[in-house]
Design a protein around this ligand. Structure first.
Ligand code: NDP
Length: 614
């Protein structure tokens, strides 16, 4: 893949698929690049979009909240969160025969991530046919291999309609506390709209990348121009829509801070429409080929019942190292499957002797990243800019990205890439400028593409206080670390189900995991109803055994992550010693759940009056 200025040093072979490089040189370069970026304050370099920065969190899409009377009623199930997790929980519970389901959602409609993120160029980077859930149930085939955000948001709404979840839903409402009422065997759910409702079951599905974060850049609050976060795009200011045409930026100098998966998608539009775009980069993303294409109508017509599940299972098996003979999705995720096991361990993870496995991984990784770097050379004409856009770290240190227009945007004369690696990011913001080194870049608008608080739900962070039996706070019960059975429930917190990756499975197509979780929860609730159980509460010994299993099987990703450039995958360069995901991977975990259900597992969680363990 010869580029306009292919370099010939030991780290950039002309043919990226051939070794032809010195692993020691690459290792040293990766280490040096990491050291340039690491910050001693780790995750605390960021601040939440709350308090004095609360305006970054405001909802630019909803009409003013319609007044409503506080609710003091009773429903069978409250689901917290109206993204795909909550929608799947609602849909699977509906299929299990539950009539009274209330989804409580902070946004003005269903959609979750896809409600909040509407930035120009937004697409899902996982194939639409496996990402959008419940396609067969809703009777829909996406229009593109990689769906635009608006199509996904509309699909979320269609799920709401198909499963009649709008009927009892409340929007623009945030749950503020959960308290178990022992006498009534139900939860008291309070919200920021004055509600005090009661629910027999509560399912939490509040997401893991849902709270926008801002960098703690000195002077950030002094900026006098316009500013917003990518997850609250201000189209009133930019003009246009998610398809682009940001015509109101024609006379504006725009700063975009951040070059993660979000920036990769919005930069081509900002570059095309702003008077001048400055992209402030600390660490370049790896940007691979996208190859989006419209859905072939003949293929769509040929699909037979069960097609989506087969396709999703095929993808999941492939990207977690399972033995699969065909690759139905056939894209950048499946072709780099071996490398992803550095993030999410596979079922076949332990097959090779450790040293051999590590060597094979590393060589494949070097080759992949050489390809990614050669692609930059091939697409970016200015050699200095091309050098700055090359990622020097292992493939799964950061979320890989895909774009057929991002790198090319830097060939425009009205787009400037500003590298901030040596100053550990943007140094200062003044009334009218973004400052890096000796240069103050005067701008009219600053857009923060600086991501989200990661991995902590309201429940685990304590932002949403939960009190179970005897008034015990969940955060107290978990002082020594989380304790669950299968990640879903915790002893003394009856009828409370948590969706998410904690002590459960994870995967790049996380909506698939959420569907398996929702299906499991719905089956447990259905069984509790059918047997008239007093409540669902895992036996302490079952919970203890699961915590032991999580510890025993935990994949040791520490060594890999410690060498990685900082980012949210490795807790900003300070990786956690302990993994809370199920170490044998999602395929094994889902099989384990099915077996548990089929072989009497329910007796570990269903409590009836006679067997009340109180
Ligand atoms: P990220 O957390 O991935 O990126 C934040 C960016 O801000 C990074 O480039 C970071 O640099 C930069 N940054 C932070 N602080 C500073 C600073 N002080 N100065 C300069 N730059 C700074 O956020 P995204 O919104 O891009 O993506 C978040 C996640 O959302 C993705 O990883 C993905 O999981 C999901 N997503 C998924 C998509 C999909 O299609 N499925 C699309 C978009 C997002 P550095 O890297 O050096 O820390």
């Amino acid at each position: 893949m010869p580029g306009p200025h292919s370099s010939s040093d030991a780290t950039s072979p002309t043919d990226p698929s051939e070794p032809g490089f010195d692993p020691e040189v690459l290792r040293a370069r990766y280490r040096a690049e990491r050291d340039r970026r690491i910050r001693p304050e780790g995750g605390s370099q960021y601040q939440q979009a709350t308090g004095r920065f609360g305006y970054y969190d405001e909802d630019p899409y909803a009409e003013a909240a319609p007044p409503r009377e506080p609710l003091h009623d009773r429903v069978e199930v409250v689901v917290i969160g109206g993204g795909f997790g909550g929608l799947l929980a609602g849909a699977r519970l509906r299929q299990a025969g539950v009539d009274s389901i209330r989804v409580i959602e902070k946004g003005g409609d269903f959609g979750g991530t896809w409600y909040w993120n509407r930035y120009p160029g937004i697409h899902c980077d996982i194939e639409s046919y496996i990402y959008l859930p419940l396609l067969e149930e809703v009777g829909y085939v996406p229009k593109w291999k990689y769906a635009p955000g608006e199509e996904i948001r509309q699909h979320a709404r269609a799920i709401g309609r198909t499963f009649d979840l709008y009927r009892d839903a409340v929007f623009r409402t945030r749950v503020t506390a959960l308290r178990w009422d022992e006498d009534a065997s139900e939860w008291l759910v309070t919200t920021d709209r004055g509600d005090r409702m009661r629910a027999r079951y509560v399912v939490t599905a509040s997401g893991t990348l849902s709270e926008a974060k801002l960098p703690g850049i000195a002077g950030i609050e002094t900026f006098q121009g316009h500013t917003f976060h990518t997850s609250r795009w201000d189209y009133a200011y930019t003009g246009g829509d998610a398809g682009g045409n940001l015509h109101k930026l024609a006379d504006k100098r725009v700063a975009l801070i951040g070059t993660g998966a979000t920036a990769i998608q919005c930069v081509p539009h900002l570059g095309a429409d702003a008077h001048h775009l400055y992209v402030f980069q600390r660490t370049p993303s790896s940007v691979d080929v996208r190859g989006n294409r419209p859905t072939d109508p003949d293929w769509a017509a040929s699909l037979s019942p069960g097609w989506q599940q087969r396709r999703r299972d095929n993808f999941l098996a492939l990207v977690t190292g399972g033995r699969v003979t065909e690759d139905l999705v056939d894209d950048g995720w499946t072709s780099s499957a071996r490398l992803q096991q550095k993030l999410i361990p596979s079922d076949g993870y332990r097959a090779l002797p450790p040293e051999e496995r590590e060597r094979a991984y590393e060589m494949a990784d070097f080759q992949k990243m050489n390809e990614i770097r050669a692609r930059v050379d091939a697409l970016v004409t200015d050699p200095r800019t091309a050098e700055l856009l090359k990622p020097w770290y292992r493939y799964m240190c950061k979320r890989p990205t895909f774009s057929d227009s991002y790198l090319e945007t830097f060939n425009r004369t009205d787009v400037t890439l500003v590298d901030t690696a040596d100053s550990h990011g943007v140094e200062r913001i003044t009334e009218h400028a973004v400052v890096v080194g000796d240069t103050a870049y005067e701008v009219d608008c600053i857009i923060f593409g600086t991501g989200f608080e990661v991995g902590r739900s309201g429940i685990t962070s304590g932002r949403l206080p939960v009190h179970g039996r005897g008034g015990v706070a969940l955060t107290d019960a978990w002082q020594e670390g989380p304790r669950t059975l299968h990640g879903f429930y915790s002893h003394d917190f009856p009828n409370l189900f948590q969706l998410g990756p904690l002590q459960n499975a994870s995967a790049v197509n996380f909506v698939h995991v959420l569907d398996e979780q929702a299906t499991h929860v719905a089956e447990v609730v259905a069984e509790a109803r059918a047997t008239q159980a007093r409540y669902v509460d895992p036996a302490p010994e079952a919970e203890a055994a699961w915590v032991d299993t999580i510890r025993e099987k935990a994949a040791d990703l520490y060594a890999f992550q410690a060498e990685c450039t900082p980012g949210y995958y490795n807790n900003e360069g300070m990786p956690r010693k302990r993994s809370e995901a199920y170490g044998d991977g999602p395929v094994a975990f889902h099989a384990l759940l099915r077996e548990w259900r089929a072989n009497g597992g329910m007796s570990e969680v269903l409590v009836d009056a006679e067997r009340d363990r109180a």
